[in-house]
Design a protein around this ligand. Sequence first.
Ligand code: HEC
Ligand code: HEC
Length: 299
Amino acid sequence: MADFFSSFWSFFIIAGTLGGIAWLVYLLIINSKIKAPAPGSKVESTGHEWDGIEELNNPLPFWWVALFYMTIFFGLLYLLLFPGLGAAKGLLGWSSTDAHSREVAAANEKYLPLYQEYASMPIAELARHDKANQTGGRLFANYCATCHGSDARGALGFPNLTDDDWLYGGSTAQIKATIMQGRHGNMPAWQASLGEQGVKNTAAYVLTLSGRQADAAEAAAGQQIFNSMCAGCHQADGSGMPALGAPNLTDDVWLYGASRGAIEQSIAEGRKGLMPAHKELLGAEKVHILAAYVYSLSQ
Ligand code: HEC
Ligand code: HEC
């Protein structure tokens, strides 16, 4: 077992385990030496009394002692057959790693035909398939809910997958590509080149893009900056660019918060959202089912 740094710890654990068992056997033998008193004679008291009940020094009943010996025998047999005594592998050669691999292989054998059947169906059709969506929901709970929430509504920095607002596009092919290859949002930081006032002005203009109030002079100065610095990714009208994951700035969906402060922070410090690739981890068949599930959420 590679888990031990040195054989010392293996021997330490063997000595502790066997020593502990030997100590229990010793205690049992000592206790078995107490003889039952002759009928009629008074039993020695241990001196403990609680609520009028006195604890007497009677020997342990035979069945109880026998049970103790059985558990000790069971323990020794277990340690002989299974790994438990330090680095010893046990006579059966069982290991939790092997057991896990066998279970995974068995599950794959059972479910792969099902996944393959789904893999041949178009995602839009699969999204209306109840059984596939149940499987998709379970996969989502296991692999995606930590970031996107169990209801897929996301959180600050983690997009809501149930609405029809998409950073990278909501077509079946785009969703599948997102899950397979992952996505890396790259919003540069502008504080250094625009300065504090420049950031404030641009944020003011961004606010007006979604119809909100802002200082007119600031917004006018911000528009100049936007057209030269931001339109390349967010488009001149601010409607965004799915190929880059540049969000639409004209709606009321905000990945990093809608407040003026949050928008200024996005511009000043930049944002780097990372959606991990799942192709290696899950395989194309499972991603196909997940894509259908995600697609169904916004339909
Ligand atoms: C480690 C956290 C994390 C995990 C796990 C994760 N995601 Fe994501 N996901 C993100 C982030 C962050 C983004 C946004 C990336 C960006 O800002 O550019 C994202 C984006 C997406 C998008 C694109 C949304 C859009 O608006 O275009 C989809 C679809 C998606 N994830 C689905 C999934 C699915 C399905 C799983 C499970 C297989 C999953 N994600 C697992 C963090 C995660
Ligand atoms: C290189 C392309 C690029 C440029 C240039 C760019 N952005 Fe972005 N912007 C992005 C991307 C991509 C995101 C999403 C980041 C993420 O998903 O983590 C983003 C996010 C944002 C957000 C947050 C949106 C939200 O939903 O929370 C704001 C606000 C924003 N950009 C404004 C600007 C402004 C203003 C400028 C110009 C000063 C600018 N961007 C320039 C690519 C760009």
